[in-house]
Design a protein around this ligand. Structure first.
Ligand SMILES: NC(=O)c1ccc[n+]([C@@H]2O[C@H](COP(=O)([O-])OP(=O)(O)OC[C@H]3O[C@@H](n4cnc5c(N)ncnc54)[C@H](OP(=O)(O)O)[C@@H]3O)[C@@H](O)[C@H]2O)c1
Length: 288
């Protein structure tokens, strides 16, 4: 087992599913884990489990509501106030099947799954850079999805409106495509640093994420071969530890590089999404 002794890792959405299993495995490898998410009760309960599994580890909860960019800023501030190095950031939290808009008016999947994590990442980037070295790069992991394939066209206007479709498949697909495009451009921005980034499809995993979807989809999930959250955490753990620099900026599933759709390889679109995300989050710098 790879050692993550003395490594500080911030993970979003570790109250359940893939995030919780990831946090457990990271703790077993000796990491100190900071859990950022919206339910203090759920995260404190996970922390109690981690303390039993890894009594030497340090674990902390920081509130984070990704539907509100002010909460994202506050989360980053609370982490930076700890004055700890940050070796790995895992942007894991996600929603599927919710409807509506975020506090700042973005479609809820886009706002939570992409924009909130975009802001969090950029606010923590200096810390990730400062904690990295050539022999031990820092790492940024973005949980994307094979469902980015549902996004067959791009509509900028739809990103600033409430969810339009009944199934939310298109909106979820766009948000997961955004995770891949963000990783693509982030890799460019980080070219001359010791920070690596990866986008991940964890497989189809039995978690709470399906709970907002229509009954028919949930029935389909019951007959589809599906991974446990433990199995679903595998590619995340690989990217957090052994995945080499040659995979920087790539989309991985089952611990291997996978080719995303043509939209997911569109560098021009990735750059435009980066620029607009900077404007929408109020970050006025043009490079990381
Ligand atoms: N399960 C799959 O088959 C699958 C496939 C491809 C990709 N993924 C991706 O894997 C990641 C983890 O999903 P999962 O399947 O493990 O789902 P999950 O069990 O539902 O976990 C999602 C986590 O995100 C948190 N979250 C949701 N909305 C949030 C918000 N507004 N602010 C802060 N935290 C929020 C949840 O917190 P609460 O407990 O408060 O809801 C929970 O901790 C997601 O990015 C998902 O898109 C999953």
């Amino acid at each position: 087992m790879t050692s993550l002794q003395n490594k500080n890792i911030l993970i979003t959405g570790a109250s359940s599913g893939i995030g919780k299993e990831t946090a457990i495995e990271l703790a077993k490898m000796g990491a100190n884990v900071i859990l950022a998410g919206r339910s203090s009760a759920k995260h404190e309960s996970v922390i109690s489990e981690l303390q039993v599994i890894a009594p030497q580890g340090k674990f902390k909860y920081i509130p984070l509501e990704l539907e509100d960019l002010n909460s994202v800023r506050e989360c980053a501030r609370q982490f930076l106030d700890l004055n700890l190095p940050l070796h790995i950031l895992i942007n894991n939290a996600g929603v599927y099947g919710q409807k509506g808009a975020t506090k700042q008016g973005f479609e809820v999947h886009f706002g939570v799954n992409h924009l909130g994590h975009f802001l969090l990442t950029l606010l923590l980037l200096d810390s990730l850079k400062a904690s990295a070295s050539a022999s031990t790069p820092s790492r940024i992991l973005n949980l994307a999805s094979g469902a980015h394939r549902y996004a067959t066209k791009w509509d900028w206007k739809a990103l600033q409106k409430p969810t339009k479709t009944m199934t939310t498949m298109i909106e979820y697909g766009i948000s997961k495509l955004s995770n891949i495009l963000f990783t693509l451009e982030l890799a460019e921005q980080l070219k001359n640093t010791h920070v690596l980034c990866f986008a991940i499809h964890p497989g189809i995993v039995k978690t709470d994420i399906w709970r907002h979807l229509p009954g028919a989809v949930q029935s389909f999930m019951n007959i589809t071969p599906i991974l446990s959250p433990y199995e679903g955490a595998r590619t995340t753990l690989y990217c957090a530890t052994d995945c080499p620099a040659s995979e920087h900026g790539q989309f991985l599933t089952n611990c291997k590089r996978e080719t995303p759709t043509a939209l997911g390889q569109d560098h021009k679109l990735a750059k435009e999404l980066w620029q607009r995300s900077l404007e929408w989050t109020g970050l006025n710098t043009t490079s990381a």
